[in-house]
Every structure is written in structure tokens, then in C-alpha cells.
Design a protein around this ligand. Structure first.
Ligand code: ACO
Length: 369
């Protein structure tokens, strides 16, 4: 019996990450993501995913230098972005801008330098478009800031608070990579034809855009807003469960225990310097919701998923809602490019079969119709 959506089908072997939904484990190249977020930066983790080892001092400096150089948008890319319809959603803008990067420098096989360039470009594209749409001047990236700080600086126009940059960095590290998800699969399929890295990334961004994959955790924001206005988490959540509604940010298709990304995010948030009303609200909402879910859905393991704390973080750092999925894209570019590099090492074209379920027809049938 064929499972729809390739459920349960192994599409590739990988040494980039392990997603264990039963034990609630996510490992990047064998290392628990809780350890990764505690000890390493976004840049160091990206390097680890691309190379399989963490950078030493000179390698870290070289990566910083390469990211700085590639963060600067060229005039032709700015022109492409400026010519796009004003109403175009940001994910489509990113997809088109990355596509306009061209392919002449990106022949088979893909390289880590190409991966660095695409990773550096996405935050600049997001910031450029966002500020242009708001009628604000674009700010060039600053060489003294790191990757995540630069992203927040280019969007907001001021160097971010340390606590905000740290919280976003934790989120971005946790969403760098997640096994054979739909967009990563799309990137690997494109690369498997020996197409170039820009084309693979463009496929992935188009796939990420769909609400079933990278769609914004706006449901969580709506829940937190509602609870904040009502001032009584138990009443709001109980009423939702009585009406049979799903609580956004709880439950997961793969994780049948606590989502390890939610745990790592929560831990980092709890250690954040400075207090934030959204974080307090999220913590109280989680406590209440988990207890009520046990009451209403006994025996099902329903815990917070990564989207719950992602939404809490975005709220806490005052990130505009339209930037949620683009920010996810900015981090996942690292996972996509790591997978394409891995695919290119031992490539075989993806060519699954389909089962024909239509009739066989004679010429007479066709002519009558
Ligand atoms: N609130 C209330 N009840 C829930 C929730 C929830 N968030 N999640 C699951 N349940 C209930 C189901 O209704 C079901 O009840 P039943 O046995 O009485 O029919 C039971 O718990 C088991 O859940 P499943 O339906 O088997 O869970 P499934 O794996 O199909 O769905 C999903 C997982 C889609 C994530 C679901 O938990 C959900 O809709 N959550 C809310 C949306 C959300 O937060 N999505 C983000 C996921 S994270 C990510 O994609 C990066």
C-alpha cells in the first residue's frame, strides 16, 4: 500500500542531522542541538554543518570575512528587487532575488564558498526589501557585527540589544537544519540533476513558502495576543479545547515527545538577560496549556513545538510578523546548501515511480470524446 507524501520512505542517507521523533532528539552531525546552541555561534554551527568540524581561529576569521564580503548586495540584484510588484510577498521576493544571482559562477559541483555567499545574501535581501517598502534608506551591513546582529541592524537601523541578538541567534541555530523536510528534499532533487546551487536554493525557497512547511507561526501570536488581552490563560485555553479547537504551537507530527528545539529555545529564553512580558506570557501559557491538554486529551503526548517559542521570541524582539518565514529561510539556507553539497558527493538522480490509475483507451474511445 503506497503512503501519500512519501511518508516513511527513506530518500537519502545523510550525516548532517538526526531527527528522532520518538526520543525527542535532534543531532547536528552527531552533536545534540542543546549543546550546539549553548557553545557555538550561528557562523560556527554553519561551518560545522558544511565541513563536519568546527572552525579554528583562522578559519573563523576567514568565514567572517567571506560573509562580510558576500553580504553586500550588488546593484543588479537591488534593481531586480526594486522592479518587483509592490504587493509581492517577501518569500517570493527572496526566491526571485536569489534566482537573479545567475548561474554562470555556479556550475556543477557546488562549493562551500557558494553556500557561504547564498547564506550571506538572504538577510540582506530581506532587509533591503523591508526598508524599501517602508520608505526607509537601506543600511549597508557593518563589518564589526556578526551574522545575526547584522540582520537585526539592517532591518531596524540600530545595533540590536545583546539579549535580542542572542535570542534570535538561538532560534536561527535551531532551525538551520531538520533532516529530509520538504524544502531540503526539493533542493536535493534539483541538485540530483547536476543543476547548480542557485537553482537548488530557488527550488527550496519556493517549497519553504507553503503554509504547510514554513508558514508563519501567526496562530501562536494570535493565541498569545488573545490571552494577553483576556488576562486569564486558563479561561481562554479551556474554552478553545471545549470548542474542539487545536492549540497553535502544541503537538507535532514527528515528535511524539517534547520537541527538542522547543526545549533548547525555552532554556535559552530563561537564561536571557532582562525580562520580557511576552516570555512570561509564553511560559504561563505553556504551563496552563500542557496541563489542560492532559485533561482534555489524556494519553496523547502534546507539548510545545518549536513554533510556540519561535513566536514568543519574535514577539519578544519585536520582529514584524511578515519576517517570520523569511527569517526561517535565512537560517535554513545553511541546511539546504549542506545537503546539496552532500548530494553532490555521491549523486544519483531522484527519479521515483508513479502508479498509473487511469484507464487504458483505444483510438475509438479518444475519437468519440
Ligand atoms: N491542540 C489540541 N489538540 C491537539 C493538538 C493541539 N495543538 N495537537 C493534537 N491534538 C489532538 C488531536 O486532535 C488528536 O486528538 P484525538 O485523538 O482526540 O483525535 C490527538 O491530539 C493526537 O494528535 P494527532 O492528530 O495524531 O496529531 P498529528 O500528528 O496528526 O498532528 C500537528 C500534528 C498537525 C502538528 C497537530 O499537533 C497540530 O495541529 N498542532 C497545532 C498546529 C501547530 O502548532 N503546528 C506547528 C507544528 S511544528 C512545525 O511544523 C515546525
Amino acid at each position: 500500500m503506497m503512503e501519500k507524501g512519501l511518508k516513511g520512505v527513506v530518500a537519502a542517507q545523510t550525516s548532517i542531522s538526526l531527527v528522532d521523533g520518538i526520543q525527542g532528539k535532534l543531532l547536528y552531525r552527531g552533536l545534540d542541538i542543546g549543546e550546539v546552541t549553548k557553545h557555538y555561534s550561528f557562523e560556527e554551527t554553519a561551518y560545522f554543518l558544511w565541513h563536519g568540524r568546527f572552525p579554528g581561529g583562522p578559519e573563523r576569521a576567514q568565514l567572517k570575512n567571506e560573509l562580510n564580503q558576500n553580504r553586500v548586495l550588488c546593484d543588479s540584484m537591488k534593481e531586480v528587487i526594486d522592479h518587483l510588484p509592490k504587493g509581492m510577498d517577501l518569500m517570493s521576493v527572496i526566491r526571485t532575488a536569489i534566482s537573479s544571482e545567475g548561474t554562470e559562477k555556479y556550475g556543477w559541483k557546488p562549493t562551500i564558498s557558494q553556500a557561504i555567499r547564498l547564506t550571506a545574501l538572504v538577510p540582506s535581501i530581506i532587509a533591503y526589501r523591508t526598508r524599501r517598502m517602508a520608505g526607509k534608506p537601506f543600511l549597508s551591513p557593518r563589518e564589526d557585527l556578526d551574522h545575526v546582529e547584522n540582520y537585526l541592524f539592517m532591518i531596524n537601523g540600530t545595533a540590536p540589544l545583546k539579549a535580542h541578538a542572542e535570542a534570535l541567534e538561538t532560534y536561527m541555530i535551531l532551525t538551520l537544519e531538520h533532516g529530509m523536510n520538504a524544502s531540503t528534499f526539493a533542493a536535493r532533487v534539483t541538485a540530483s540533476t547536476e543543476s547548480d546551487l542557485v537553482s537548488a536554493a530557488t527550488s527550496a525557497i519556493g517549497t519553504m513558502k507553503g503554509p504547510l512547511h514554513g508558514g508563519a507561526p501567526s496562530g501562536v501570536i494570535a493565541l498569545l495576543d488573545e490571552i494577553s488581552q483576556a488576562g486569564d490563560p486558563e479561561k481562554v485555553i479551556r474554552e478553545k479545547l471545549i470548542r474542539g479547537e487545536k492549540l497553535m504551537g502544541f503537538g507535532h507530527r514527528v515528535y511524539k515527545t517534547v520537541d527538542p528545539r522547543a526545549m533548547a529555545l525555552k532554556e535559552r529564553l530563561l537564561n536571557m538577560s532582562g525580562k520580557d512580558q511576552w516570555l512570561d506570557l509564553a511560559l504561563e501559557t505553556e504551563r496552563t496549556a500542557v496541563a489542560l491538554l492532559q485533561e482534555f486529551k489524556p494519553g496523547r503526548s502534546l507539548y510545545t513545538n518549536v513554533e510556540f517559542y519561535a513566536a514568543a521570541i519574535m514577539k519578544a524582539i519585536q520582529m514584524d510578523e511578515q519576517l517570520f518565514t523569511p527569517t526561517f529561510t535565512a537560517s535554513r539556507m545553511v541546511g539546504w546548501t549542506a545537503h546539496v553539497l552532500e548530494q553532490s558527493e555521491d549523486n544519483a538522480i531522484f527519479r521515483p515511480e508513479s502508479v498509473y490509475i487511469g484507464p487504458e483507451r483505444s483510438m475509438a474511445d479518444v475519437q468519440h470524446n
